[in-house]
Ligand binder design. Structure first.
Ligand SMILES: Cc1cc2nc3c(=O)[nH]c(=O)nc-3n(C[C@H](O)[C@H](O)[C@H](O)COP(=O)(O)OP(=O)(O)OC[C@H]3O[C@@H](n4cnc5c(N)ncnc54)[C@H](O)[C@@H]3O)c2cc1C
Length: 449
């Protein structure tokens, strides 16, 4: 095992996770600690399994093909030139000894020492023990999942168009999304919209041949936009022939055979699971305090409760919501971005012996896209639907996606889409790039034998 230590008096700030909180914290620290970084008295490191930050609210649009996958992510190395980027996973945070165990993408486990840690490892999909779910379902949290889902949905249309077996066709044309928060509703809205558009290139498939089903365990969808707009969203989806099943649970998905708690059973070729997230379990393997939901216990100053030299924010943390005493901030980007700013400022204040500031933000409401020119919004009490909400969604996220470079590229994608038809192609082969080569090798070996 290799040990990486920072020499002499350099203060080492280690950020675990380069997502919303990690990236925004590092950007601010890079600016505020410019002199210290230049002198070498401070070193900042980010560890993340990916070398980029994913702007998750754009994943549904990337899945629908409206934005190029590369424009949904921000390469950490290009925007953080003063920060060391290590690609791999933290497997344990031993804060007592001020060190983490780090598994690089290749090579042995390493030990990395630090002076101050920022825990920003986000959340992972919360799976339930549903038979067949792990084998047949897919999540919707990463760019890989979003793009493979796009390829998968289009390939289901290819399957349906090419088979003469009605059962294979019916299964291929049945799409199920479980969980009706942001991720589920936006993914379903965008994918259905894309599939509906695609049918013009499949003469054998009519929109009415497809079944799109949204399954939600509670009695409402999209809680982020409030009950009234949530009800409107249900009606809007139903008017598009999307089946919305409230107070219904997925009981089983063995070999793609879906069993729902309302008694219905059918075969589905696509199962997307977006029924909630839970704090990244890496924080359970270590010495930081976690609550009963596995979140790092945070103070309102975004320090970790009861320990020195540790900060946390975002989906991985239980941050007290000062605007709603007794409650914690919901896991969303709105809080993550704002918390990152306060966190970075407090970290610098602590280094300079100044008092820390508390994080306080009243949830402003939300915007969601439901497909091209379709959306729903409830922001500061202003309720919008349809094209107006969709436009607000795009404007808001364009203003929020980090760096001018990404803003311009996303804008260019949208502008091009105004003048050209949608690209409907499944590049599923990208998931198995060596298949063709292996086939060629097998055929050569067969000839040689
Ligand atoms: C499809 C989708 C749409 C969404 N839309 C909205 C929206 O419209 N509005 C909104 O407010 N919120 C939205 N959200 C939620 C929002 O994206 C999250 O709340 C936000 O990303 C949380 O930021 P974070 O920094 O805590 O976590 P993340 O941004 O997820 O970052 C966590 C980082 O930690 C890294 N990591 C994981 N494990 C390790 C490890 N072991 N070691 C090191 N690094 C690790 C991950 O690779 C990741 O880069 C959406 C989420 C999804 C999935």
């Amino acid at each position: 095992m290799k040990v990486t230590a920072v020499q002499n008096d350099t203060k080492h700030i280690l950020i675990v996770g380069g997502g919303y909180v990690g990236l925004y914290t590092a950007l601010r620290l890079q600016r505020k600690l410019r002199k210290e970084l230049r002198r070498g008295s401070v070193k900042i490191t980010i560890i993340d399994p990916q070398s980029y930050m994913t702007y998750q609210p754009f994943l549904p649009e990337a899945a629908a093909g409206n934005i190029s996958p590369r424009h949904v992510v921000v390469p950490l190395r290009t925007v953080l030139p003063k920060v060391e980027i290590l690609t791999g996973r933290v497997t344990r945070i031993d804060h007592g000894k001020r060190k983490v165990m780090f598994k690089p993408v290749a090579g042995d486990l390493r030990q990395i020492d630090y002076d101050t840690v920022v825990v920003a490892a986000g959340s992972i999909s919360r799976l339930l023990p549903v038979p067949g779910l792990a084998e047949n379902g897919t999540g919707f949290k990463t760019i890989g999942e979003a793009i493979s889902l796009r390829n998968h949905v289009i390939s289901q249309l290819d399957i349906a168009e090419s088979t003469d077996d009605p059962e294979i066709r019916r299964k291929a044309l049945t799409f199920v999304v479980v969980g009706a928060g942001f991720a589920g509703v936006e993914a379903l809205g965008e994918m259905e919209d894309m599939a509906e558009y695609s049918t013009r290139y499949y003469p054998g498939i009519d929109r009415t041949d497809m079944r799109w089903i949204l399954v939600e365990a509670t009695d409402r969808i999209l809680p982020e936009v409030g009950p009234e707009m949530g009800r409107w969203t249900v009606e809007s989806l139903r008017s598009r022939n999307i089946e919305v099943k409230l107070e219904t649970r997925l009981e089983s998905a063995d070999k793609g055979h879906i069993v729902l708690s309302d008694g219905e059973e059918f075969e589905a070729g696509t199962l997307v699971w977006t029924a909630g997230v839970k704090a990244n379990p890496v924080v359970r393997h270590g010495s930081l305090p976690v609550d009963d939901r596995g979140r790092v216990k945070a103070t309102e100053f975004l320090t970790v409760h009861g320990v020195a030299d540790a900060f946390t924010a975002g989906d991985v943390a239980a941050v007290p919501d000062l605007t709603n005493p007794g409650e914690f901030c919901a896991p969303n980007a709105q809080h993550a971005v704002r918390q990152a700013k306060v966190l970075a400022d407090n970290l610098v204040r602590r280094m300079r012996g100044k008092p820390l500031k508390a994080y306080e933000h009243k949830y402003a409401g939300s915007v969601a896209s439901l497909g091209l020119h379709k959306g729903v919004a409830n922001v500061y009490g202003v309720k919008l639907r349809g094209v107006a909400a969709w436009f607000m969604h795009r404007t808001y996220h364009l203003s929020k996606v980090p760096t001018l470079n990404r803003k311009v590229r996303v804008m260019a994608d949208w502008t091009l889409a105004l003048f050209f038809r949608r690209d409907i192609v499944s590049l599923g082969e990208l998931q198995h790039p060596r298949e063709e080569f292996k086939l060629a090798a097998r055929s050569d070996n067969a000839h040689a034998a």
